[in-house]
Ligand binder design. Structure first.
Ligand SMILES: NC(=O)c1ccc[n+]([C@@H]2O[C@H](COP(=O)([O-])OP(=O)(O)OC[C@H]3O[C@@H](n4cnc5c(N)ncnc54)[C@H](OP(=O)(O)O)[C@@H]3O)[C@@H](O)[C@H]2O)c1
Length: 234
């Protein structure tokens, strides 16, 4: 399948690499192709610069965001949350119309240091902002609550753990649940459909806890399992 990934950071590299390993035709989108290929410092998350990564993954193609949007039958948003709307705005609207966008981004604002704050929360979310700005897209929020390695290889965490999907389009959510299984090995029993796109508020705000879990455990593979009890007898 042709997949367009908005982004060149750690998530784009890990998710894109996993998709290419499964034979998908992936194009990565960036603001400035020459600038991204010239950058030699590590990404903010400490992964290799895209310029080094693409040398090891020569089948990958890098293009302006606009071209990656055209390329993808399915689109993935792996941009910094503060840049997601701008990145998507560079696409030709006809290249977004009717397509699924798997939105992995979180609206984290590191401008005042650690811990980051959320640039949108409580009564709104980045996923909703994207869905409102691009109504012809079928936005499905998912994978944003786990580290990139866990996204593509849930078995790196032993035992059951939960991944969420949020979105307004039931068929698009069903399709994404299928992709999570076929592409990355998520068991259907581990995928929890939270409901419409407003439920992304919860998974984005979960980052406030995830960042503290990471800081206290020093383990980037930290994640959660949703357990459900039965109604207790009184
Ligand atoms: N790292 C993880 O394990 C992890 C886990 C869960 C969710 N997430 C979320 O996934 C997203 C990607 O994370 P990441 O760590 O891979 O990389 P990141 O450093 O958060 O984002 C890198 C990407 O964002 C783009 N970008 C930054 N500012 C922009 C702007 N003003 N306009 C347009 N594009 C802009 C960059 O474009 P250029 O290519 O042009 O530089 C680059 O492709 C983030 O929203 C993050 O919160 C990350």
């Amino acid at each position: 399948m042709k997949i367009g990934i908005f982004g060149t950071g750690m998530v784009a590299q890990v998710v894109g690499g996993a998709l290419m390993a499964r034979g998908h035709d992936v194009q990565f989108g960036t603001r400035d192709v020459a600038g991204t290929l010239a950058r030699t410092e590590k990404t903010g998350m400490g992964s290799a610069p895209f310029s080094a990564w693409i040398k090891d993954n020569p089948k990958a193609t890098l293009a302006p965001f606009r071209d990656a949007a055209r390329h993808g039958e399915v689109l993935i948003n792996a941009t910094a949350g503060g840049g997601s709307l701008a990145a998507l705005a560079s696409a030709d609207p006809k290249d977004l119309a009717g397509k699924i966008l798997i939105d992995i981004a979180n609206p984290l604002d590191f401008s005042k240091g650690f811990p980051p704050t959320l640039s949108v929360c409580n009564t709104d979310s980045l996923a909703e902002q994207i869905q409102r700005a691009f109504p012809a897209l079928k936005v499905v929020k998912s994978l944003n609550t786990v580290n990139a390695s866990v996204m593509v290889s849930p078995a790196v965490v032993s035992g059951d753990h939960t991944i969420f999907v949020s979105g307004n389009d039931a068929a698009a959510k069903a399709e994404v649940q299928r992709y999570l299984g076929e592409w990355f090995g998520w068991q259907r029993s581990s995928i929890l459909d939270l409901g419409d796109i407003t439920t992304a508020r919860g998974t984005e705000m979960f980052l406030a806890l995830w960042i503290r879990l990471y800081a206290s455990t020093k383990n980037p593979m930290v994640t959660i399992n949703v357990l459900q009890g039965t109604t207790a007898a009184r």
